[in-house]
Every structure is written in structure tokens, then in C-alpha cells.
Design a protein around this ligand. Sequence first.
Ligand code: GLY
Length: 422
Amino acid sequence: MRVLVLGSGAREHALLLALRRDPHIDALAIAPGNAGTAAIAETYDVDPGSGQAVADLARRIGADLVVIGPEVPLVLGVADAVRAAGIACFGPSAAAARIEGSKAFAKEVMTAAGVPTAASETVDNPAHLDAALDRFGRSAGQPAWVVKDDGLAAGKGVVVTAERAAARAHAAGLLDDGHPVLLESFLDGPEVSLFCVVDGETVVPLLPAQDFKRVGNGDVGPNTGGMGAYAPLPWLPAGMVDRIVAEIVQPVATELVARGCPFSGLLYAGLAITPQGPSVVEFNCRFGDPETQAVLALLDSPLGELLHAAATGGLAQVPPLRWRDGAAVTVVVAAENYPGRPRVGDVITGADADNVLHAGTARDADGAVVSAGGRVLSVVGTGEDLIAARARAYATVDSIRLPGSHFRTDIGLAAAEGKIRV
Ligand code: GLY
């Protein structure tokens, strides 16, 4: 099978590495990729957001399957264009991708499906903002505002704050830019990312993971696209994955079928495990980054077969997934100033180990690997438990040199120390 992956992050590097382990696959291609993915896949400089260009490329290289990594092409309908060209595609239609592309749509689907999620209100008129802020901002007696961009914002459109002024400033800035704002009640409890491969009504969960969205140790500082992740979750009560599938993901998949926009691809449930049970923070329409780097490091089943089955309506026939024992930890190495405008163009050394996945990297005129984005590398450690996986990941991080770069040192630490309680 010949597979074309779309995207340029460490998530796509992880997808390629897992696809490469699948004996059904004999050729891998990527568009547009990065300096790391170029070493393991044919690279094409094609805009992943152009359905026509992607369908033409897939036809030209004889792709049997296109796997779409990021959300933007999905929301733009690239999966529809690929399917219209008669090529199997792993990724939802534009209609189904609204589960991520419009938070208001996601809330509507969840309400119809009876799925627990935070109370919310959409504000699109600045004159209504103050009254709406007054209706939110209380959680267990503590003020906590959750202010989200209603559309796509690469994980950075969310502000969770105890300061009304900060909540107001973020919301007003979004409204000034013409973006509707979603206000939500705060969900108290440890977060879980559960990725489910979905084909209409069939739902196959992967290992649960947790990501770290804030830039600094101890969850301080601004939100990022994700600074690290680990899987599985030793603190998650037995049976919780089955409960999340039964009470949350399956009803949403069924509701999308009923609405005439069945979901085919990766449905990512971002949840908080509250005292009342799991509740949805958000749905995404694609693999999460950086959780994918940890989750796929533990996958023993052939990924290409799984994704192809989902893309062609055969997911129900796939045998139960097999997973490696132990744990995996991803540590993101970010460029100076990220999540602000990152410093780019610095030479990176030590980034060629097998467990270093590239994201914002490129080659300069001399062939050196240089930084080219905010999240530059994802370093993955695996081991018999989280302590061993963390040790392997951080040993590799310590061998990487990138001027001004930064990373969190506490990825998976609280879980490794048994400090997360539900
Ligand atoms: N890990 C967060 C995301 O992929 O959106």
C-alpha cells in the first residue's frame, strides 16, 4: 500500500514512523513535511489546504490512502476532494470536521446526544460581553473563566483565568478581530485525551493520554499547541475508557450519522474527569499533537491497515488493537519566545536520534537542520513505566542543542509520582 500523509509536524513524523512498521505498506510520501520526515518519506511541496492539489498529487503518485494530519485541511474539505477523486482518505468530511471547526456546532451535537460538557454561551456582539461574563466565572466558589475562540486557533485561542479583567481582555480581542467567543464553565478534574478511530457508527479507542498545554512547569504561563504528553494514564480508573466510549464518543458518532454527516477518521475527545464523571472539554477531528507521538510509540498493531479500514468502511472487521507494555513520554523542545513569535533559523544539533521527531525544522542552504517554527522537536521516551520513559526522553533532550530553546521538565512527573487523583 502507498500512503500519502499531509502535514508538517511531529504528529505526522510519528504517523510515518508507525506506518513504516506496518508490513502492508511499501511506500510513504508526505506533503509538505519537514527536515525529519524527508528522511523517511518522499516529500512533495504541495499545499495541504488545497483539495485539488492534494487530489492531483495523490493520483499522480498512485496513493492508495491519504492520511490528513492537521485540522485546517479537514475543515476546508480536503478529505472530500480526495474521496471525490476515488482515493481512500483517513479524515472526516468538512461537514463532520465542524465538530472541531465550530465549537458552537460541537455543543449542539453534544446537547442532542446527551453528552456531558461544560455549560457554554456564544457571544458575537461586544455589547453582550459583560453580562455574559457575569453569568460565568464561578467554579466550586472560585472564579474561573474559560474563554475560547469559536473557530480554529491551534490550541492557543483558549484562556482559563481567575481574573475577570484577563478574561474580558481576551474575549474583547477576539470580538475585535471578528471572531465569535465561547464562554464556558470551568471543568474541574484531570484532563484526558482519548483518540478514537471512527467509521460511522464503529468506534475503536486508542490508549488514553494526557497533554500539557501551558508553556511552563506546573502549568503556568500561556497556552501552547502542547508542550508534552504521556500515555497510558496509570491513574485513570479501570473501565473509564469503555465508559467514555459508551457515554460520550459513541453517542456523538451516532448523532453525526443521524445528521447526515457521519464521521470517518480520528475523533479526539478532550475530557476532564470531574467528580461527577467524564465531561467533554472539546472534540477535535484529527490526531492530537503531541499525544500522538506517545500513543503511537506503543502501538503494536499495523497502523496502515487500521487507517485504511476506517477509510473504506471496514473498521468493524479489524482485530482488537495490540499495545506494547509500558509507557511513553513526549517532551516538546520549543524555539525561543514560543508561544509568541518564535526565533527561527538556528542550527540544531543532536536531532538525528530515532526518538527525535521533527516539527518546525528545515534544511538551510548548507544542508544543516535549522529551526523553522515554534514547536521544533518532539522527543519520545519509552520504558517499562513512566519513570523509565521520562528518563529516556529527557536524556535525549539533554543531548540536543538549539540556542534559546526551552522545554518543560515536568512532563508525566505527577503521574509517575502517583500524585494525580480522580
Ligand atoms: N494536544 C492538543 C491538540 O492536539 O489539540
